[in-house]
Design a protein around this ligand. Structure first.
Ligand code: GDP
Ligand code: MG
Length: 156
């Protein structure tokens, strides 16, 4: 079974960096496949060049089992745009899609524009899990992908 996970959010929030951080495995080798289980393959897709509303191909949304929605904790604009991304997701994605909200660049606390509790509140409003991550230091990256894998397994 192929489970597709897609990274979504404004340009510059760290989607590609997060994927690189995950791929390069600063997590325990094998732990991810152990979480998902034998017979399950989770593919993670980046959305380079599709970072404005209306530009993520509808087929991407339709075929996605999980969506990781990112903002940058140092960018109010990227946070404000999360509502628009969620509107688009709810319009095109499957109703049982696993969604997770991520406040990335958590290492840049001196430039922080969005407090953690603002992220938490928005996530709560949309009933999605929330995590602050750093693609730079790897903070919460493994935890994020493991949580998504567990949720996917649960719903499969
Ligand atoms: P994308 O457009 O969403 O794919 O964003 P990128 O992955 O290309 O990242 C945009 C910029 O932010 C790059 O200069 C990255 O090095 C930087 N960046 C991404 N994630 C982090 C992070 O967690 N912490 C810090 N300090 N910089 C980050
Ligand atoms: Mg990118």
């Amino acid at each position: 079974v192929f489970l597709q996970t897609i990274l979504i959010g404004d340009s510059g929030v760290g989607k590609t960096s997060l994927l690189v951080q995950f791929d390069q495995g600063k997590f325990i080798p094998g732990s991810f496949s152990a979480t998902v289980g034998i017979g399950f393959t989770v593919c993670i897709w980046d959305t380079a060049g599709q970072e404005r509303f209306g530009s993520v191909t509808h087929a991407y949304y339709r075929d996605a089992h999980a969506l990781l929605l990112l903002y940058d904790i140092t960018s109010k604009t990227s946070f404000d745009n999360i509502r628009a991304w969620l509107t688009e997701i709810h319009e095109y994605a499957q109703s049982n899609v696993v969604i997770m909200l991520l406040g990335n660049k958590a290492d840049m606390s001196s430039d922080r524009a969005i407090r953690r509790d603002e992220g938490e509140r928005l996530a709560k409003e949309y009933s999605v899990p929330f995590m602050e991550t750093s693609a730079k230091t790897g903070v919460n990256v493994e935890l994020t992908f493991t949580a998504v894998a567990k949720e996917l397994k649960h719903r499969a």
